[in-house]
Design a protein around this ligand. Structure first.
Ligand code: PRP
Ligand code: URA
Length: 210
């Protein structure tokens, strides 16, 4: 099995990500942009959802029309920064259930440390979309998805806003069954594990903690 990797080429996504990168963009605007980009990436990540025809009466006639069918959805943001993407996803998927997984990167080793995981009880039946704006070394996304799989999930997609090539490669190798949706693929990681050019620390910029 090999992943689908989608990298957005839509001018709206590019424009909004450019504003995110700007260090002059404040917390309020940053949060709004993350949410809007999540909606645009959600549109792409749901292209393959199945539909089935159902009967409706329009004001004019009876018609067979397509409606979503198949598995229900669950969104799982990786805390903290993934939380910023939830509202934008719910704009298009209002019935999705929400799980949470808490991970932070140890600043010296860059290894993820898990501190929380609460998922919908029927996660094994759902189409799961894991959310995190940043895919840097890939450690957080790989570990989060491993934990979500251990709790029974079988159908998983991952959406991020900015990815580094090494994180993308690690995620592809570790979870070849997970399709990956990316806003923009950046150049590299710096010596502190930050994406270059990137946007800095996504969690701090969303929550105003620095
Ligand atoms: C950031 C980001 C990812 C992780 C990416 O979270 O939101 O979860 O780093 O880095 P990686 O790909 O190298 O693992 P952080 O650890 O800063 O936690 P926070 O969201 O709570 O600030
Ligand atoms: N986490 C972030 O928030 N930003 C980066 O550039 C890398 C990891």
């Amino acid at each position: 099995m090999s992943n689908t990797v989608f990298i957005a080429d839509h001018p709206l996504v590019k424009h909004k990500i450019s504003h995110l990168r700007d260090k002059k963009t404040g917390t309020k605007e940053f949060k709004e942009l993350v949410s809007e980009i999540a909606t645009l990436l959600c549109y792409e990540a749901t292209r393959d959802l199945p539909t089935e025809n159902v009967s409706v009466e329009t004001p004019i006639t009876a018609a067979e029309v397509p409606m979503l069918s198949g598995r229900k959805l669950a969104l799982v943001p990786i805390l903290r920064a993934g939380l910023g993407m939830v509202d934008g996803m719910l704009t298009l998927l209002p019935a999705a259930k929400i799980g949470h997984i808490g991970l932070y990167r140890n600043e010296e080793t860059l290894e993820p440390v898990e501190y929380y995981c609460k998922l919908p009880a029927d996660i094994h039946e759902r189409e799961v979309i894991v959310l995190d704006p940043m895919l840097a070394t890939g450690g957080s996304a790989c570990d989060a998805i491993t934990q979500i799989k251990k709790r029974g999930a079988k159908h998983i997609k991952f959406i991020c806003i900015i990815a580094a090539p090494c994180g993308l490669e690690r995620l592809q190798k570790t979870h070849p069954d997970v399709d990956i949706y990316i806003g923009q693929l950046d150049d590299h990681l710096n010596e502190n594990g930050y994406i270059v050019p990137g946007l800095g620390d996504a969690g701090d910029r969303i929550f105003g903690t620095k």
